[in-house]
Design a protein around this ligand. Structure first.
Ligand code: ADP
Ligand code: ADP
Ligand code: ZN
Length: 216
C-alpha cells in the first residue's frame, strides 16, 4: 500500500500515520520528523533547514526531493509507505511521480484530512511531541498515559518551537498558498479521497481503514 496522508498542519497526519504503521506494518515517512532529527543531530542539512522551519516557511524543494528519493529507495519501502508531510508543492509532487515511476511503486491513494482552521490552531498550540519517535500528543485532546512521557517509546515529550504562536499562522498561510493546490492535482489523477478530520482520533482511523480496505 503506497499512500499519502495529506492536510494542513495539525490535521492529524502524524497521529493517524503512527496508527497505520501499527496496523499495516508499513513505514511512515515524515519529512518533518526527518528534518527535526537532522536539526537535533547538528547535520549540515539540519542547519540549513532550521532557519526555514523556525519561521514556518517551507524548506527548499531540492532539499526535500533529495531526502525523499533516498528514503523511498530503502528496503522497508518495498512493502509500501505512508508519506506524511510530503509533497507540499507541485514541484515536490512532480518529483515524487518520477521517483515512484523509477522504482515502479505507483501511488494508491491520497487521504486528504479536512479540519476547520480554528480547530487546527487549537490542535497545534496544544501539541506535544516525542523527542525520540516523533509521536504527537495534545495537552487536552490526546494526553499521554504518564505526563511528559511518550506512551510508545518512553522518551520525553516537548512542545516544538515552531508550534508556539508566532509561526503557526504563517504555516497555515503557507499551506493555503503553496500546498492546498495539490488537492486539485491529485483529484485530477483520480486518487484523492477527502475525509472529515474533525472527529475523534479513533473515528478518523476507522474511516481511513474503510477506504484502505477497498484498495486491498
Ligand atoms: P499533523 O501531523 O497533521 O500536523 P498531528 O497528528 O501532529 O498533525 O496532530 C496535531 C495535534 O492534534 C496533536 O496535538 C494531536 O495529538 C492532536 N490531534 C490529532 N488528531 C486529533 C483528533 N482527531 N482530535 C483531536 N486532536 C487531535
Ligand atoms: P506539521 O505537522 O505542523 O505540518 P511538519 O512536521 O510536517 O509540520 O513540518 C515542520 C516544518 O518542516 C515545516 O513547517 C517546514 O518548514 C518543514 N517541512 C516539512 N516537510 C516539508 C516539505 N515536504 N517541504 C518543505 N518543508 C517541509
Ligand atoms: Zn516516543
Amino acid at each position: 500500500m503506497n499512500l499519502i496522508l495529506f492536510g494542513p498542519p495539525g490535521a492529524g497526519k502524524g497521529t493517524q500515520a503512527k496508527k497505520l504503521v501499527d496496523f499495516y506494518g508499513i513505514p511512515q515517512i515524515s519529512t518533518g520528523d526527518i528534518l527535526r532529527a537532522n536539526v537535533r543531530e547538528g547535520t549540515e542539512l539540519g542547519f540549513v533547514a532550521k532557519a526555514y522551519m523556525d519561521k514556518g516557511d517551507l524548506v527548499p524543494d531540492e532539499v526535500l526531493i533529495g531526502i525523499i528519493k533516498n528514503r523511498l529507495k530503502e528496503p522497508d519501502c518495498k512493502i509500501g509507505f505512508i508519506l506524511d508531510g510530503y509533497p507540499r508543492t507541485v514541484s515536490q509532487a512532480n518529483a515524487l511521480e518520477v521517483i515512484l515511476d523509477e522504482i515502479n511503486k505507483p501511488l494508491d491513494v491520497i487521504l486528504n484530512l479536512e479540519v476547520p482552521n480554528k480547530k487546527l490552531i487549537e490542535r497545534i498550540s496544544g501539541r506535544l511531541i516525542c523527542r525520540n519517535c516523533g509521536a504527537s500528543y495534545h495537552r487536552i485532546f490526546n494526553q499521554p498515559k504518564k505526563e511528559g512521557i511518550c506512551d510508545i517509546c518512553g522518551d520525553e515529550i516537548y512542545q516544538r518551537s515552531d508550534d508556539k504562536e508566532e509561526s503557526v499562522q504563517n504555516r497555515l498561510n503557507v499551506y493555503k498558498m503553496q500546498t492546498q493546490l495539490l488537492i486539485d492535482y491529485y483529484f485530477k489523477k483520480g486518487i484523492l479521497v477527502t475525509l472529515e478530520g474533525n472527529k475523534e482520533i479513533d473515528e478518523v482511523l476507522e474511516d481511513i481503514k474503510v477506504v484502505l480496505a477497498k484498495l486491498a
